[in-house]
Design a protein around this ligand. Structure first.
Ligand code: 6PG
Length: 269
């Protein structure tokens, strides 16, 4: 028989061990599994969306592409507990887009349309794809945002919920390390081109727009991202090195949703 541990137990079941919570700016939720992470984000989102509809009559959500949030979008469609999501009162915006047609597999809206738009019952006029191949895509999208959010009273004219992912290099949305778009303080949407941008060219929401949101959810999964999470947790990184660190809501909430693999870096152990 194995020697009992000092805590009176023979073995530890890893599933029972609470993963470490890195010290990130904002609230941090660490899930043991990706499935539990999706539960947590979806549960927060539906409560928040219903509250916004109760208060304002509608809810404006902005969705990112990349692979991390796609299972969340799928969950929103098939989970019976989420059937009461107020899709008919939802405006759906896109955080960033690659300058490719929607039927290109790299198009964020292409995926979001297939998963959400085509199955949620959201009215077409409340769906706001970025026309990223248009030469004035940034100005057009900014105007569309101002027009729709302008119905709200001053101070409430902001996105209600934004979901972001994070690249291994610390980029978020299409805000890449060392790109001049990181210094934008006025415009809400910008084109991102040039050597610092992973091709193809992009159009992205900027810090001023994202940081004005009522709730920002950052989803990060997988061990490949753990070293970047550890760098952020060590504090005071330069946003030009790690753009996600300039995501700081002005008058809203920021919540990180991590799985255990992303939360624990070998560097921190
Ligand atoms: C995109 C995103 C981008 C993404 C990160 C993480 O359109 O690709 O907006 O910022 O969130 O690159 O991507 P993964 O989730 O695929 O790791």
């Amino acid at each position: 028989m194995a020697e009992p541990t000092p805590h009176g137990r023979d073995t530890y079941d890893l599933d029972e061990v609470t993963p470490l919570t890195p010290a990130l700016p904002g609230l941090v939720s660490v899930a043991r599994t990706r499935d539990q992470l999706l539960d947590a984000v979806a549960a927060d989102l539906i409560v928040h969306a219903k509250n916004c509809v109760r208060t304002f009559g509608d809810v404006h959500i902005a969705l990112s592409g990349g692979s991390t949030p796609l299972p969340l979008y799928e969950r929103l469609m098939y989970d019976p507990n989420l059937r009461s999501f107020p899709w008919t009162r939802t405006h759906l915006w896109i955080v960033d887009e690659r300058c490719v047609p929607f039927d290109d597999s790299r198009s964020n809206f292409g995926h979001i349309k297939d998963i959400v738009v085509d199955h949620s019952g959201i009215p077409t006029e409340q769906v706001h794809p970025m026309m990223a191949t248009h030469p004035d895509a940034d100005a057009l999208y900014e105007n569309e945002l101002r027009e729709h959010l302008g119905w709200r009273e001053k101070g409430q004219d902001r996105l209600d919920w934004v979901v972001l992912g994070m690249g291994d290099d610390g980029h978020t949305a299409s805000l890449f390390p060392h790109h001049e778009a990181l210094d934008e303080t006025v415009r809400l949407v910008r084109k991102c081109t040039g050597p610092f941008v992973t091709p193809p060219d992009r159009v992205t929401m900027t810090y001023p727009l994202i940081n004005s949101a009522r709730f920002i959810a950052i989803m990060v999964t997988g061990a490949a991202k753990a070293p970047t999470i550890a760098r952020i947790a060590r504090g005071n990184p330069d946003p030009h090195e790690l753009p996600i660190t300039a995501i700081r809501p002005l008058a809203g909430e920021l919540k990180w949703y991590l799985d255990a693999d992303a939360a624990v870096s070998p560097i921190t152990l």
